[in-house]
Design a binder for this molecule. Sequence first.
Ligand code: ZN
Length: 503
Amino acid sequence: MTDHAATLKALRAQLAEVSLINGINAVLYWDQSTYMPNGGAAARGQQLSYIAQLSHQRFTDPALGKLLEALLPYAESLPADSDEAALIRVTHREYTRATQVPLDLVAELSQHTAETYHVWVGARPENAFDRVQPYLEKTLELSRRYAECFAPFDHLADPLIDSSDYGMKAADIRTLFAELRAELVPIARAITEQAPADDAFLHQHYEPQDIEKFSLEVIKRYGYDFERGRLDRTAHPFAIRLNHGDVRITTRYPKNRLGDPLFSTLHESGHAMYEQGVNAAYEGTPLAGGASSGVHESQSRLWENVVGRSLGFWQHFYPSLQSIFPQQLGNVSLDQFYRAVNKVERSLIRTDADEVTYNLHVMIRFDLELQLLEGTLSIADLPEAWHARYQADLGVRAPDNRDGVLQDVHWYGGLIGGAFQGYTLGNILGAQFYAKALEAHPEITEQIGRGEFSTLHGWMRENIYQHGSKYSAPELIARTVGKIDIAPYITYLRNKYGALYRL
Ligand code: ZN
């Protein structure tokens, strides 16, 4: 064995151990968010914290650093697109990042996050912001401390954004969002000045098992592999990778809602198909898993909206949905249904928001995060700041904090900063990838109308999924579509909603 081969083998062995630990962490997290009884919360917080520390310790082991140092010149000598070179390069980048965060902060963060999530789950239904406020204050302090580990930076949010959307800064996102906002606001205004679509029939009783039956039929057709996945129930839907052979999704069934559970499931299936499509050879290394939050959301938003809310999709699937719900939908035409699931309105809930106004919800959160980090907004004033922004940007005000500042899990299950921009980046990128796939295979539109998704899924797997984290998001974007660009997204919205609302 050459020196490099032996060193690489030692590196892989250490990374495999970290990957094992992270897989265990994922099972604990999944269980916490699905079936764990309340009484398990405190112990689970300790377990998650212990596992997070163990993973951090193993991954920041100086011996791993030495292996990487020894391998870097070798990586340079390899072709740029070699898997080995990528393994060394990506691991080195992640190692450098991880070693900048002290172990005690990792432990504190993990413990605090688990506790906060638990408090939020109880506080939200009771509209009790005062109960989460002290936790959120601590979260802000920890988020600042975490970001400070990466000094120097231009903005305190930069390291937080960089850790989910590598290569992007607060300033880049501000510019991109301003550009997008200028296009979206007039479209939203022109639509919401018209009479709203009638979607009352979506708000009747729909039996959860029946919604599930239909959702399963769809995501199987999409290509989500149930041999390596399953669907469960939770408070805030998510997809999670336990390992290459086990990528799970979750959804929720609020009372009198058809759209929320159905589209949440389609959304999470997009995340999961991405993870399922990663090259199996990357298992046990940092290359397994998606490239960034934005690229991940490009897939969830693509399968949820671009495909799942398209006319062709419903031409194929609507008769089957009607046969499951003859009482609720028997007298609703395809056209009425298509309009209802694409209703554009100034609403309160991000996850229910239509494609046109969705990004305005994201921008509100992004701006509030920056203000919190900058110290120009306090946690105590956050609920009112939230209401004020909704009033100003969307013309609506939530009657309480439950559907205001308490609505999203992100700040209660993670850090403040870097949590939301990925959704909008995903909408933009999803439209770019879709346009590119259509360019290569114009027959995709027709296929969707027949409930066939293998060409589209195949393009995504070939160009995006299989690479995992081998290429960073900027590299992947450069390889596939050149650079991030809002034009295809705006064109997509104009075509679709122009036809729906005769703009
Ligand atoms: Zn998502």
